[in-house]
Design a binder for this molecule. Structure first.
Ligand SMILES: *[C@@H]1O[C@H](CO)[C@@H](O)[C@H](O)[C@H]1NC(C)=O
Ligand SMILES: *[C@@H]1O[C@H](CO)[C@@H](O)[C@H](O)[C@H]1NC(C)=O
Length: 305
């Protein structure tokens, strides 16, 4: 009896020790999530294992690496940070199928499940916000995984209905008219560099611009074109009033997306808040890259209980 009892006590002790959260234990890793249609997505995790969770989602053509100023800051101040590359983007696998928002929302759901992210705050740039809205719409059973949302510079309708008045298009800061979407998609190679440049203020260094452009080129122009057509014609206005977790919308005064229609998103989400980066604060589409100190502090204030 005695040895067995001791063994049981020993096992019990081990079990208890392994469950005890260690707030300072840090572990960085890279890994792969396999989506239900068999595509491998690269992700990175860093910061203390037991830290409050944040997930960063990049925008169209953008990559997890572009969140590095946020990943460094939040992982070194006690958060458990996850960032991933969407299918076809960055380091992730590049199949020739699935370039539509509904599939990208399913991919996000696969990632949340496989990494078992709970009480996670999602910080989503641009198209990453649309993916989050699609996910919220499509996976109501999984909504309780989310603590808070931060939606960065994404309008609820990207393309104006040609029958709208100018006022209606302005209300949501529609960026395109329908022909403009196909013009971009059909001339992707030539239009990408100026389009990416328009996402920054003039103060971006050439080295930074070239690096971001090289990240943008990790997705093929063909896949990026297929995706932008699907992305541009979605309308998320009916989803916003059904979001019931605290949400912050971030806009930029000098962004390609006119700030009022971005901030309007917050007025549609119950209890939604908004913050607009001014020109002095480098409020471009990439304000998180151009002014990481301000961006990180605003996000931290919002997501920290
Ligand atoms: C937590 O992890 C850190 C780093 O691995 C270690 O130095 C520390 O002793 C651990 N603390 C406890 C209470 O286990
Ligand atoms: C991404 O995953 C692939 C395996 O599919 C691996 O070869 C590659 O090293 C990973 N990239 C990074 C940056 O971890």
């Amino acid at each position: 009896m005695k040895p067995l009892f001791l063994l049981a006590g020993f096992l019990h002790g081990l079990h208890a020790a392994s469950l005890k959260p260690n707030k300072t234990k840090s572990c960085s890793k890279t890994g792969l999530v396999t989506t239900q249609d068999g595509v491998h997505l690269n992700y990175t995790q860093s910061g203390p294992l037991a830290g409050q969770k944040i997930l960063f989602i990049p925008g169209w053509r953008q990559t997890a690496a572009e969140w590095k100023k946020q990943v460094e800051y939040f992982s070194s101040t006690g958060y458990r940070v996850t960032a991933y590359d969407m299918r076809g983007h960055g380091e992730s696998e590049k199949p020739d199928f699935g370039y539509r928002i509904s599939r990208f929302a399913a991919d996000l759901n696969d990632l949340l499940n496989q990494l078992d992210l709970k009480d996670v705050s999602i910080v989503a740039h641009s198209m990453g916000s649309s993916i989050s809205w699609a996910w919220w719409d499509q996976y109501p059973d999984a909504r309780d995984r989310i603590d808070r949302f931060v939606f960065v510079d994404q309008s609820s309708v990207l393309t104006a209905d040609p029958h709208w008045t100018e006022e209606q298009a302005k209300q949501v800061s529609a960026l395109f008219d329908p022909i403009g979407v196909y013009d971009l998609a059909d001339d992707m190679t030539a239009q990408t560099p100026p389009f990416v440049r328009s996402m920054f203020t003039d103060s971006i260094s050439e080295a930074d611009f070239e690096w971001v452009l090289s990240e943008n080129k990790k997705i093929s122009d063909k896949n990026a074109a297929t995706l932008v057509i699907d992305h541009a014609f979605r309308d998320w206005r009916d989803v916003l009033p059904r979001i019931h977790v605290p949400s912050l919308v971030i806009a930029g005064e000098v962004s390609v997306n006119a700030a009022p229609g971005i901030a309007w998103v917050a007025t549609q989400i119950p209890g939604g808040k908004s913050y607009t980066f001014t020109a002095e604060e480098k409020g471009s589409h990439f304000m998180f890259w151009e002014n990481p100190e301000r961006f990180n502090s605003i996000v931290e204030d919002f997501i920290t209980p």
